[in-house]
Design a protein around this ligand. Structure first.
Ligand code: B16
Ligand code: MG
Length: 211
């Protein structure tokens, strides 16, 4: 029996991937690193540090420089976040959350992002969530299961009674590793290993998933 739904943020609740892309691109241009939208796709659901490692593509730089680049990118990203409003909630998500609330099913967030709380606030969705797991909650990022286990613990529900909604390959891996069922959002090539695959968020139907 499903007692909780745990949602990823970027790519499920809203599409911040474009803003992450613009912020990384600005930093990469300043540093003369090659970066494009195709590489950005590899950053989906991946932590800030792991994202930078992908962009560095084997270049060796000091830990001090790594910290500076991550901070600079995050400052550009936070600047861009000020443009987010309730209009940026992905199709069908608000109704889906409202229905879970009405059915008494717990709702939690499990995002790799350290900016998850302000983003949820800007979207106007914070009151619909019972718990928030974010980049500050755990040390190991997806594909480690930690953030999902943390979120389930926050709402007091066992892993096998949770359903996760995820758009990233690493996120689906993490949720399965946590012992949860997963709805993958996006193409089969990316989330085909989920228990159910949904092309996009507008096609999510609570009663269908529970059945
Ligand atoms: P931040 P999610 C992830 O969010 C993004 O998909 C990923 O691109 C980003 O690097 C990561 O959060 C960390 O974000 O730099 O804001 O801490 O999909 O797990 O909600
Ligand atoms: Mg995501």
């Amino acid at each position: 029996m499903c007692k909780a739904f745990i949602f990823d943020l970027d790519g499920v609740i809203t599409d911040t991937a474009e803003l992450h892309y613009q912020a990384w691109q600005r930093m990469a241009d300043e540093e003369g690193y090659y970066f494009d939208r195709e590489i950005n796709e590899q950053l989906r659901g991946v932590s800030r540090r792991a994202s930078l490692d992908i962009i560095l593509d084997g270049r060796e730089i000091s830990e001090e420089k790594i910290a500076d680049l991550m901070e600079r990118k995050n400052n550009y990203y936070v600047e861009l976040l000020s443009t987010i409003t309730a209009k940026d909630v992905l199709p069908g998500i608000e109704q889906f959350l409202l229905e879970l609330n009405a059915r008494g099913i717990k709702v939690a967030l499990a995002s790799a992002s350290k900016n998850a709380r302000p983003i949820l606030h800007r979207l106007g969705l914070t009151p619909l969530f019972d718990a928030i797991g974010d980049g500050w909650s755990v040390n190991r990022s997806k594909p480690a299961p930690d953030v999902f286990i943390h979120a389930a613990g926050q709402v007091g529900v066992n892993a096998d009674e949770c359903i996760v909604v995820e758009d990233a390959e690493a996120g689906v891996d993490a949720a399965k590793e946590a012992g949860m069922k997963v709805v993958g959002i996006g193409p089969k090539e990316r989330v085909g290993h989920a228990d159910w695959v949904c092309e996009d968020t507008s096609k999510l139907i609570v009663s269908q998933i529970l059945a």
